[in-house]
Write a protein that binds this ligand. Structure first.
Ligand code: CAA
Length: 257
């Protein structure tokens, strides 16, 4: 049987490839469980400092698998906790996760990319929430994360008209961190992930957690959270090493503690 999720380790970066090319990488339970298992493995590996999720040149993922869910009824979706049961493992990762998107990121594919901490897009990337065409709606965070990323007007436009956003518009709107020529997408993403992973792991995790508080709290609560975490960073050996290395004009050697 084809493995629908492939993993590779590149130095200190864990790479997850969605591998259902015959179905535009549509996300079924096997794929989402596979992504979750890969995240579990990379989270448990002290040597890994950053995770990248990618698809192929045609699609990051063209959505939840329509054939898989078309006959669901309400009770099945509710009892099996569809989406919540396994998709949100991406959201709960403590190490940074970058989505490297080429081609289509539609519906659940766009939502999966938005669950990651940032999106690097190939110039071929196309983002959309076309569920309305199927007589349904985004169900993995599209109506919530898209407005936070691109604002209400563009989120409404995309969710209600099903139009796609290209990479240039996605960058201009704040949905993606970088646009990269398609041929170099993986290389550049791995380079950025390697840079991140070269820093102190507890600091990487503290920064991710603090930036995410910006979405979950008022400014004052977020600032308080940041200040407390910042103060706690003075307890790290890596902080002593990082600042001593600066003063001594040498490269810091972090020990992740
Ligand atoms: N689910 C299942 N299969 C899918 C799929 C999906 N979401 N998207 C594409 N495929 C399959 C196609 O059925 C096709 O399979 P066959 O060769 O067996 O017919 C194969 O992938 C290739 O697709 P196309 O022939 O359609 O390729 P294309 O280049 O003409 O079009 C596309 C590409 C625009 C992505 C088109 O496939 C498409 O519109 N896909 C559906 C997109 C969509 O509606 N996504 C939302 C899903 S609902 C959702 O995600 C809910 C949620 O919020 C959780």
């Amino acid at each position: 049987m084809t493995q629908v999720v492939l993993t590779e380790v590149h130095g200190k970066v864990g790479l997850i490839r969605i591998n259902r090319p015959e179905a535009m990488n549509a996300l079924n339970n096997n794929v989402v469980d596979g992504i979750g298992a890969a995240i579990d493995t990379f989270e448990a590996d002290e040597n890994i400092g950053c995770i990248v999720i990618t698809g192929n040149e045609k699609a990051f993922a063209a959505g939840a698998d329509i054939g898989f869910m078309k006959d669901f009824d309400y009770m099945h979706a509710y009892k099996t906790d569809f989406i919540t049961r396994n998709w949100e493992r991406v959201k709960t990762a403590r190490k940074p996760v970058i989505a490297a998107v080429a081609g289509f990121a539609l519906g659940g594919g766009c939502e999966m990319a938005m669950m990651c901490d940032m999106i690097f897009a190939a110039d071929t990337a196309k983002f959309g929430q076309p569920e309305i065409r199927l007589g349904t709606m985004p169900g993995a965070g599209g109506t919530q994360r898209l407005p936070r990323a691109v604002g209400k007007a563009k989120a409404m436009d995309m969710c209600l008209t099903a139009r796609m956003m290209d990479a240039a518009e996605a960058e201009k709107s704040g949905l993606v961190a970088r646009v990269i020529p398609a041929d170099h997408l993986l290389e550049e993403t791995l380079k950025a992930a390697t840079t991140i992973a070269s820093f102190s792991l507890p600091v990487i995790m503290m920064i991710k957690e603090s930036v995410n508080r910006a979405y979950e709290s008022s400014l004052n609560e977020g600032l308080l959270f940041e200040r407390r975490v910042f103060h706690s960073a003075f307890a790290l050996e890596d902080q002593k090493e990082g600042m001593a290395a600066f003063v001594e004009k040498r490269k810091a050697v972090f020990k992740n503690r």
